[in-house]
Design a protein around this ligand. Structure first.
Ligand code: SF4
Ligand code: MG
Length: 334
């Protein structure tokens, strides 16, 4: 298996009035061809900033990648100029967001927006473009596709808009789809339909997917592997079964304990007391220590390294004796 996306020791900082915020602080992440990796954590943990870093969509000049590397299909794209990045996005790498209205342009029809990337990245004629658009809209389960092409985003329901977004993302058959909370804004029934659709498309197109979500129900349904983030760092990563059967990090265990039952998947993660630290509040020790019921004295002073356990990697002093190899030095992680 070859990696489509390889993120190594990524550091992304934001400059604010109060100084520098280390939103992403040494993240490693690999997505192999054809697999779905879930990037999981509460809001503010750094998962969206990680994905924006990968896509070259960080708000400038406030945010910048200050360390580490990002490779896409073997190519170093860490500091790729915007012009070249734009060629990658919507072509080899596509994305969908939580609220399609923010990515669909309200003043253009669906057809005008879909035609744009096809003009840019293919050599299809006008007529072929129209045929392709209808075909794509039909393939994501949109009825009356020929008509929808001439409508504006606000004329569609939320679920239909998300289907349009998915068909837009799929137009150029990307190698990687990055989906940031793609179904969070939708009601449960529509959410299930959209997830099913994403699964089918993924299988048909043999594409890899990085799925960013706070919803472990979505993870269970969609993912092969899971990367859990907290405080700008990876705290645990494993195959999806291991995460559910044998979570080791207290934060992962807390996320699972707070998972609402399948009938009410929209619940918030309330069971873990406290809240995600603001990145500028992160002190010296384990970032989860203020909320961890198992915290020891050491946790407040020393940052735990990410260590390789037999079935997962985990950043927690509870397993300090069990590691096979430290994946990084403690000094590295701070
Ligand atoms: Fe809890 Fe300590 Fe492990 Fe951090 S290192 S998760 S505070 S036990
Ligand atoms: Mg987010």
């Amino acid at each position: 298996r070859s990696p489509i996306l390889e993120v190594r020791q990524l550091q992304t900082h934001f400059r604010s009035g109060h100084g520098v915020v280390k939103a992403v602080n040494g993240v490693d992440l690999t997505v192999y061809a054809g697999e779905t990796v879930g990037l999981v954590g509460e809001s503010g943990c750094g998962k969206s900033v990680t994905s924006l870093s990968v896509m070259g969509l960080l708000p400038k000049p406030a945010a910048a990648i200050v360390g580490g590397t990002i490779h896409f299909a073997g190519r170093d794209i860490t500091h790729l100029p915007e012009k070249q990045m734009r060629k990658l996005r919507g072509n080899e790498m596509s994305m969908i967001f939580q609220e399609p209205m923010t990515s669909l342009n309200p003043v253009f029809t669906i057809g005008q927006q879909m035609a744009e990337p096809l003009r840019q990245h293919t050599s299809l004629t006008k007529r072929q473009i129209r045929e392709k658009m209808v075909e794509m809209l039909q393939s994501v389960g949109i009825p009356r596709a020929g008509q929808i092409i001439d409508e504006y985003p606000h004329q569609l329901s939320g679920g239909m808009r998300q289907r349009v977004m998915i068909s837009l993302a799929m137009l150029c058959q990307p190698k990687l789809l990055i989906a940031d909370e793609p179904t969070t804004a939708l009601d449960v029934t529509i959410q299930a339909q959209i997830l099913q659709l994403m699964k089918e498309i993924k299988q048909k197109q043999q594409m890899a997917m990085l799925l960013i979500t706070h919803d472990l129900g979505v993870v269970a349904e969609m993912c092969d592997r899971v990367v859990v983030m907290y405080g700008g760092q990876v705290v645990e990563s494993a195959e999806v079964r291991t995460i559910f059967d044998q979570p080791r990090h207290p934060y992962t265990q807390g996320l699972l304990a707070s998972m609402p039952n399948a009938n009410e998947r929209k619940g918030e993660l309330k069971a873990i007391p406290g809240s995600v630290p603001r990145p500028d509040e992160v002190g010296q020790g384990c970032t989860f220590a203020p909320r961890c019921s198992q915290a020891m004295e050491r946790c407040r002073h020393d940052r735990p390294p990410l260590v390789a356990l037999p079935r997962q990697s985990c950043r927690c002093w509870l397993y300090a004796g069990e590691e096979e190899t430290a994946l990084e030095e403690v000094a590295h992680a701070t």
